[in-house]
Design a protein around this ligand. Sequence first.
Ligand SMILES: Cc1ncc(COP(=O)(O)O)c(C=O)c1O
Length: 479
Amino acid sequence: MAGLNPEQFRALGYRAIDMIAEQLAQLDEGATRLPVPLDIRHRLEDQPMPQTGIDPFALLDRVQNEILAYPMGNPSPRFFAWVNSTPTPIGILGDLFAAAMSPSAAGGDQAATYVERAALTWVKDMLSFPQEAQGLFVSGGSIANLTCLAVMRHVQTGGKARQDGLVGMDSKMIVYTSAHGHSCIEKAIHALGFGSQNLRVIPLDEQYRMDVAKLREAIAQDRAAGLKPVCVAASAGTTNTGAIDQLDDIADLCEAEGLWFHIDGAYGGFGILAEQTEGLYKGMNRADSIAVDPHKWLYIPVECGCAIVRDAEAMRATFSLVPAYLQEDRAEPWFSEYGLQQTRGFRALKVWLSLQHYGLDGYRKMITNDIETAYELRRKLFSRRDYEVVTAGPLSVTCFRYLPTGVTADEADDFQRQIVALTNASGRAFITTTMIDGKVVIRACHVNFRTTAADLDVLLDTLTEAGQQVLASGHAHTA
Ligand SMILES: Cc1ncc(COP(=O)(O)O)c(C=O)c1O
């Protein structure tokens, strides 16, 4: 082994596992996320490439002191920002084994192929999606959405886009999403050459879902203007509020209008497993394609997204290109024929291990519990003075404001940002803001089986103390 004999590797590996075990053991009590001290930051980013090798044990010391000590924070039970989960411990080991094997999971007769097929079968089952659909593990939700929408483009151009591009298409193709559709949908629209001007942003109804009546009107208007509506990209759980679009109604509309029905389920797709969401996902299994993110609500270590397309042959026809040097071992199609990557990481292993470790029942419980904890947060907000719940959607995200006496309406937006910044700097919890109805709100979202009611108290106590600190300093108005 270059530079390491088996005994040295073993010793190094044991130490690494001890470090990770220690890291996991201190999550409940330790800081969520700490600002990276300037000297450490400089050591990390300005270090010249060493001319000669460094002792790997010394490197592990650095990992311990300079890297593990300054995480993004999402493994912690008090991380409430964005949509980033705590990782499953067995998934961590899955990534280790995947790295040890370091295969290209492009396809062919190797264990990785069969493990990915099994994991995809289970994921489709979890989503109640038909098994004839083709799945593919990709880096995350953004690429999963892009992959699905690329298939949509292929189908809606009658297969011509591969040869001709979009140049010369006789009418402009229009895609519809909601005002709370994720930015990755617009990025995909850019990358696929549709252009933002051909993305219609449909207003929301009172529950922050895509307004289906307005969607219908927009489609009619575009047709009347000689344009070509091709796709609705709906959400099964928006990032801002967790709203789930009316999937069954949108499926009806897409069917009647000949539109591709795509669902972004990156955050909320697996919410279908929760006890509290019965009925809300009706119609999800009618989609032409769906993007989900095992690295969100299946708690799989980053990276792992998943694109699923009902028409497997259309997905293959969109991407398949098999050069001369890749002709062997092709009794069955390769995964690389269904997406952009040729060499592919063995992402499926961490999914396969995690799904078996917890089982379907375990996942149902964890996701149900996350939503119950969000309900608990709302109860706590209602019971605290000066907190206002702004959105309380069906999943694990809650938007709220802290408005103690002394904060004027003009100062309220800056005040939310300031108390979030102070809370995050404390290391006790980590949370972010978003905009709802033109106002800055604090947004608490967790996809984290470690989060308990006690963590919610830490969050709210820290925000409250931060608020009092801002008021005491007389700076509620200067962000
Ligand atoms: C609803 C939704 N769609 C797409 C994405 C993008 O997924 P990723 O960050 O895995 O690329 C996110 C990320 O939070 C999301 O919440």
